[in-house]
Ligand binder design. Structure first.
Ligand code: FAD
Length: 457
């Protein structure tokens, strides 16, 4: 759908969260002349990327009344995407030669991502829109508008009316825990990766890590340096899987766990048995909107948030309620920026949405396709191979250029390397030509002033 009418509405918009998604939303909404208040329960911008050694008191985070620690970042974490393709489109995530404290690597540490987000917020004066230490505790419709109840750090509640609400609260804080038969009588310790920070507590232990995607792969390797043995259990592996992984002498990959026993043993589906001290669940997270009251119109079932048109607008509540950042396995920051442009332009009336019925038809067709492809509900928001089509579709709505070829190739190759050379992908690659193309593109668009010296050699 092409940008439509010329009438520009300026609305009073609440954004929930000042992570990478909320910052992008705030910027795009203000660019479109909306007045914006960003509610952030933390003390600084950056969301997930604000590393803290603090963890939740309940290591599996099952207690609904626990004190929430937002970030799931561990001390050794480096990005899992190359920095050139990871940043916002018009504010590339390039190394900063002018500051010796920064991490210039292609796959930098978490602190570099936070520093980049701080640069972004500073450049576009975004902090002035943020109300820190203010948690949104309730969002509900009030006539054609929305009432937001927030709680500040001094315990004071405040009710306010907004024309529109953009939800950017992140989705890596509420853990999903694997069900292991027999676990209730198993005597060992269990934690979720949300509460993993450093390997030291696993010294000399036999550790079973469940899950072998980005965090599972990273954390198991982090622990091998101090543990006696590390065994990864993965449900995506065939049941006979049993292999020693390269890069360390105490790391094995198995099929999923068959059961846990009260003598401390863990039995894998491949028949292998280990006496384990700890299980680390690297099994992902749940979408969670504890503040949202839409009279059950929006539900979360098996990690499918719906109904949502293109993962952003709930048809019956559109356009005044929207969600930025739900899809995963994609170029996150780039997607946040595009989704935010779309929301901002729809709210101002520059771009129109289809009718509620048409949006519902689209959602129904999308679910039917998902089911026909035998994808579980929990993969509803997983973009993976469809990401470029999705991003290009949104780009078209807002009149933005499609995903650059170099960026699409980098992310595709990046995921492939992550899957096939998980021990080395951050330091060895074979796509230098794409790095050069990316920087030449930044230069052409005057987003940088010179090519980095290492690319000129
Ligand atoms: P968050 O960064 O989680 O921000 C949400 C914000 O909302 C927080 O500041 C929080 O305090 C605030 N908030 C929540 N609830 C409320 C409330 N009720 N009231 C007020 N404020 C609230 N992506 C990449 O692109 N590259 C990577 O290398 C990468 N690595 C990752 C590694 C790990 C371990 C994980 C878990 C994720 C990784 N991701 C990566 C994905 C990452 O989640 C996104 O890059 C992105 O940072 C998420 O931004 P967000 O704004 O959606 O959420």
């Amino acid at each position: 759908m092409a940008p439509a009418c010329t009438r520009i509405n300026s609305l009073h918009v609440a954004v929930i969260g000042a992570g990478a998604a909320g910052l992008a939303a705030a910027r795009e909404l203000r660019r479109e002349s909306h007045s914006v208040v960003v509610f952030e329960r933390g003390t600084q911008i950056g969301g997930l990327w604000v590393y803290t050694p603090q963890t939740e008191p309940d290591p599996l985070s099952l207690d609904p009344n626990r004190t929430i620690v937002h970030s799931s970042v561990y001390d050794s974490l480096r990005t899992n995407l190359p920095r050139e393709c990871m940043g916002y489109r018009d504010f590339p995530f390039v190394p900063r030669d002018d500051d010796g404290s920064r991490d210039p690597r292609r796959y930098p540490s978490h602190s570099e991502v936070l520093a980049y987000l701080q640069d972004f917020a500073r450049e576009f004066k975004l902090e002035e829109m943020v109300r820190f230490e203010t948690e949104v505790v309730c969002v509900e419709p009030e006539g054609q508008k929305w009432e937001i109840r927030s709680k500040s750090s001094d315990g004071i509640f405040k009710d306010e009316i907004f024309d529109s609400v953009v939800v950017c609260n992140g989705h890596y804080t509420e853990p999903r825990v694997a069900h292991v038969p027999g676990i209730d009588s198993w005597p060992g310790k269990q934690i979720h990766s949300h509460n993993y920070r450093v390997p030291d507590p696993f010294k000399d232990q036999v550790v079973v890590v469940i899950g072998n995607f980005a965090s599972g792969s990273d954390i198991s390797r982090d622990i091998t340096g101090v543990a006696k043995e590390v065994h990864i259990a993965s449900r995506s592996n065939p049941s006979e899987t049993y292999e020693k992984l390269p890069g360390s002498n105490n790391l094995w990959l198995h099929s999923m766990i068959e059961s846990a026993r009260k003598d401390g043993s863990i039995i894998f589906k491949n028949g292998k048995v280990v006496q384990a001290d700890t299980i680390v669940h690297c099994t992902g997270y749940k979408y969670h909107f504890p503040f949202l009251n839409t009279n059950s119109y929006i539900t979360v079932e098996d990690n499918c948030v719906g109904p949502l048109y293109k993962h952003v607008f709930p048809p019956a509540l559109a356009p005044t309620l929207s969600f930025i950042g739900l899809p995963w396995m994609t170029l996150q920051f780039f997607m946040f920026e595009l989704q935010s442009k779309w929301v901002a332009a729809v709210l101002s009336g520059r771009v129109t949405l289809p009718s509620e019925d048409k949006m519902m038809e689209d959602v129904t067709a999308f679910y039917a396709k998902r089911d026909a492809n035998k994808l579980p509900k929990r993969y509803t928001h997983r973009l993976g191979e469809c990401q470029v089509d999705y991003l290009n579709w949104i780009a078209e709505q807002v009149g933005a250029p499609p995903v650059e070829q170099w960026r699409a190739e980098e992310v595709h190759g990046g995921y492939l390397r992550l899957a096939t050379q998980s021990d080395t992908f951050r330091d060895k690659w074979d796509d230098d030509h794409l790095i050069l193309e990316a920087y030449e593109d930044f230069l052409r668009q005057k987003l940088i002033s010179v090519l980095p010296s290492h690319l000129l050699e």
